[in-house]
Design a protein around this ligand. Structure first.
Ligand code: ADP
Ligand code: MG
Length: 321
């Protein structure tokens, strides 16, 4: 099968929301009047971002999910995406599985594949997503203000727990491993929550490299500091609710710095608590208040007794030695 047969068979589908999809030199997008385009791209490299043994369908899902998660963090609604693939060989079973996982998530968000590029090489997947957001309404990292509450969606740490199980540093009962593994391999981007938080949240970010590291980006862009109540965060490891016993230090490392969560961390004024809860209910995504934004720069962690926790956590960095 040649390059063009491959594109035609697996990656060409009719478009409805976009004026022109796959097949020409460019795709054409038509954001609605008064909307801004939100654009984000992510590169996934075998061995670095995913294990070579991962199921193709889950990889298709995750490749798009991590991109949709960036749109969610901006409060943008997905519109379209492009897919650039570097493949070692044409493996039709793999391609069919990958496309099925990819399009299932794309269809759930009415996000259309409109173009891409296909070449032979090491397995790499690059997706660029395009979303739309009312002009001026995008949620930014720079908007956190002293006194704001700090919130996080869903649960944290289970994806990293699965990675540690793959690495052999923890051993999990099979059902617990499977559910943690689902969080690692098939994250659900919080698009509905991001959109519902427009006009309520003052800042937002999606959590890809671990809560504390990603929160640091918000604080840097906002010129502020934060206090995090770790006792509010540690119960967010879902595996502990199904009976996993972990030393507190290990539990803290998973939820505070685990990575690959694809939840949203966001800030909102304290008088918006009811509005945040209503947005979360509307989106069907639980949210938890985990701290506050301070005028004083830096990140302060409190333990369950409200005392300063001096421990340092390293966030994920592809170039850290
Ligand atoms: P060009 O040479 O103009 O870059 P290509 O021959 O690479 O075009 O691609 C032909 C068409 O197929 C283009 O419309 C391109 O956007 C689309 N395309 C290529 N690879 C993919 C892919 N993996 N997924 C979706 N569309 C693709
Ligand atoms: Mg090309």
């Amino acid at each position: 099968m040649g390059e063009f047969d491959l594109i035609a068979r697996y990656f060409t589908r009719p478009v409805r929301r976009s004026p022109l999809g796959v097949g020409d030199d460019c795709a054409l997008l038509q954001p609605a009047a008064g909307m801004q385009l939100a654009v984000s791209t992510d590169l996934l490299v075998e061995g670095r971002h995913f294990l070579s043994t991962v199921d193709a369908g889950r990889l298709g899902h995750k490749s798009l999910a991590v991109n949709l998660s960036d749109l969610a963090a901006c409060g943008a609604r997905p519109l379209a995406f492009t897919l650039s693939l570097s493949l070692p060989q044409v493996d039709e079973a793999w391609l069919a599985g990958f496309a099925a996982g990819l399009f299932a998530l794309a269809d759930a968000h009415q996000c259309e594949l409109v173009g891409g590029d296909t070449t032979r090489g090491p397995l790499c997947i690059n997706i660029t997503v395009f979303g739309e957001v009312p002009a001026g309404a995008a949620l930014l990292r720079s908007g956190a203000r002293p006194g704001d509450d700090l919130w996080v969606s869903g649960t944290l740490g289970d994806a990293r727990l699965a990675l540690e199980a793959f690495r052999g540093t923890v051993s999990l009962p099979q059902p617990m491993f499977e559910s943690a593994r689902l969080r690692l391999e098939q994250p659900e981007p919080r698009v509905a929550l991001g959109c519902a938080l427009r006009g309520i949240a003052t800042s937002a970010i999606d959590l890809s490299d671990g809560l504390l590291g990603d929160l640091g980006h918000v604080l840097a862009r906002s010129g502020a500091g934060a206090t995090v109540e770790t006792a509010a965060v540690t119960p967010l490891l879902a595996a502990t609710r199904s009976g996993l016993q972990l030393p507190l230090e290990q539990l803290q490392a998973l939820v505070l710095a685990g990575g690959d969560d694809y939840e949203l961390a966001f800030t909102a004024p304290a008088d918006q608590r009811a509005a945040v809860e209503a947005a979360a209910a509307q989106a069907g995504t639980p949210v938890t208040r985990i701290g506050r934004i301070d005028a004083e720069p830096g990140l302060r962690l409190l333990d369950a007794q409200g005392r300063a926790l001096e421990r340092r956590f390293a966030s994920f960095d592809h170039f850290a030695t």
